[in-house]
Ligand binder design. Structure first.
Ligand code: ACO
Length: 446
């Protein structure tokens, strides 16, 4: 039962105010009882509501929050987002500064270890990742077993899950060496698995990793190498891909990350938990928006059609894909960064008619009250599809490429989750709405 939560007070102007207290007073009108719940970090604990009962047998009050839109499920030091201000930071470093100064592998180290590496740490980290890019030959045979037209994301999800059978000691989730090796192996092997899936779809031989190349350059080599002795990617493309990797590395408690944490809370091995993350990312509401942007630009066809397309958006017969975000109610900071890369990529690959439409479309939308009043700004997917297309990456592969860098975020979040003393197996409650205590009717009488 609560103490008195607040007391009347007087401010300097003599107006009665309430003394501030970091607590919430709730009166249960069913019983007339009042409760004081502590507020910590802008939250109240859902379990504090359980004490509110109508009688001794009552289970206690629960909170109802489908899709967890207003429920914090963990404490985290990894990624900070201020959606209103358009801010994204990893371990305190702004995404702008990381894209400007760091490589993706440096960011992966930062996410996982908590601090930027010094020179030796970075060299060791890059070396470790580089020498773990190969996969067991049986993984190759496993990929060969898929139909020629299998979706590459389905193949990726299956092969990541299969890694747990190749590294069975990964189930020792408290062993520091195992935890380290899981991080290294997953980050190292993800591009190899992704590229094998791509080559499988094309009926082309799989290309083994080239340890002389950087992380993004090696990925491009595994995708595109043909008869040449060594594949040499244009450095502008390598840098653009590395930037895309940084931009997609982590985004706090989104659907796939929550899936990794939730599945991981059962103490299953981390390969299986990350496979669950891949499954969540596979969904069109999560990883598929950039593909939809390209389809939309195709439909618009030419700049002259933009006004009529936007009319369709306003009467809700169309949706402006690549605009709007559940969290960002301002320009997605990742979109601003990507936009700069598009020009450089197209300089290397040749211009795309879709870019002209995209730029004009953005301009029109940002000048239109319908979009500004709803705080609809470009998100990361508005331009990422254009870059992938310029790199000649087929649309089916877009989500697979998203999964490569997101792996470092998933692993960082998994490590944090399994170190958190408050972690328990994830087990939400429900409001049961079905029938009860029915009589069993024999089959012949139904
Ligand atoms: N085009 C047109 N109108 C839009 C759009 C859009 N892209 N997004 C939101 N709106 C409108 C809604 O119709 C609604 O208008 P109303 O008030 O007249 O009904 C208003 O803006 C608020 O929209 P909500 O649906 O409440 O916004 P929510 O936060 O739920 O949706 C979402 C976010 C799903 C991302 C949405 O903006 C959308 O569908 N965008 C297009 C798809 C997309 O680009 N997704 C990628 C997100 S980034 C990522 O996942 C990596």
């Amino acid at each position: 039962m609560a103490d008195e939560a607040t007391q009347a007070g007087e401010d300097d102007g003599g107006v009665a105010t309430q003394e501030r207290s970091d607590s919430l007073t709730v009166t249960d009108n069913r019983t007339g009882e009042s409760f004081e719940l502590p507020i910590e970090d802008g939250t109240v604990r859902a379990m504090d509501f359980r004490q509110m009962k109508v009688n001794e047998d009552d289970f206690g009050l629960m909170t109802y929050d489908p899709a967890f839109t207003n429920t914090a499920s963990c404490r985290s030091e990894i990624t900070y987002i201020d959606g209103e201000a358009g801010v994204l930071e990893h371990r305190g470093h702004s995404i702008e500064s990381l894209c400007e100064n760091a490589t993706y592998l440096e960011v992966a180290y930062l996410l996982i270890h908590g601090d930027l590496p010094d020179k030796t740490q970075l060299e060791n980290w890059v070396h470790e990742i580089t020498i773990h890019t190969y996969v067991h030959e049986n993984i190759k045979k496993f990929v060969e077993g898929f139909r020629y037209d299998a979706h590459p994301m389905g193949m990726l999800q299956a092969t990541v899950g299969a890694l747990s059978t190749f590294y069975p000691t990964a189930k020792n989730i408290d062993d520091p060496e195992e935890r380290h090796m899981v991080a290294v192996r997953l980050i190292a092997k993800m591009p190899t698995l992704a590229a094998f899936a791509y080559r499988h779809n094309l009926g082309l031989p799989y290309i083994y990793p080239d340890n002389d190349l950087s992380y993004p350059a090696n990925f491009l080599s595994m995708l595109f190498k043909m008869t040449e002795a060594k594949y040499e990617a244009d450095p502008r493309l390598t840098r653009a891909l590395d930037t895309l990797f940084i931009l997609h590395a982590d985004h706090e408690q989104n659907c796939s990350t929550s899936a990794v944490r939730s599945v991981g809370s059962s103490e299953v091995d981390p390969y299986s938990a990350v496979a669950a993350g891949c499954a969540a990312l596979y969904g069109p509401l999560h990883g598929g928006a950039n593909e939809a942007v390209l389809r939309m630009l195709d439909r618009i066809e030419k700049v002259e059609n933009i006004p009529s397309f936007l009319d369709g958006v306003k009467d809700k017969s169309e949706r402006l894909m690549g605009f709007g975000h559940r969290v960002y109610k301002n320009y997605d900071p990742r979109a601003r960064i990507i936009k700069k890369n598009v020009d450089e990529v197209l300089e290397a690959t040749g211009t795309s008619p879709k870019l002209k439409i995209a730029v004009e479309l953005e301009k029109h939308a940002l000048e239109d009250e319908y979009f500004t009043s709803r705080k609809l700004y470009p998100n990361v997917d508005f331009y990422s599809g254009l870059i992938y297309e310029a790199l000649k990456i087929p649309t089916d592969m877009f989500t697979v490429i998203f999964a490569i860098p997101r792996t470092s975020g998933w692993v960082a979040q998994w490590l944090e989750m399994s170190d958190d003393e408050e972690t328990k197996i994830a087990r939400p409650r429900q409001i049961y709405t079905g029938a009860r205590e029915l009589d069993y009717v024999p089959l012949e009488q139904r």
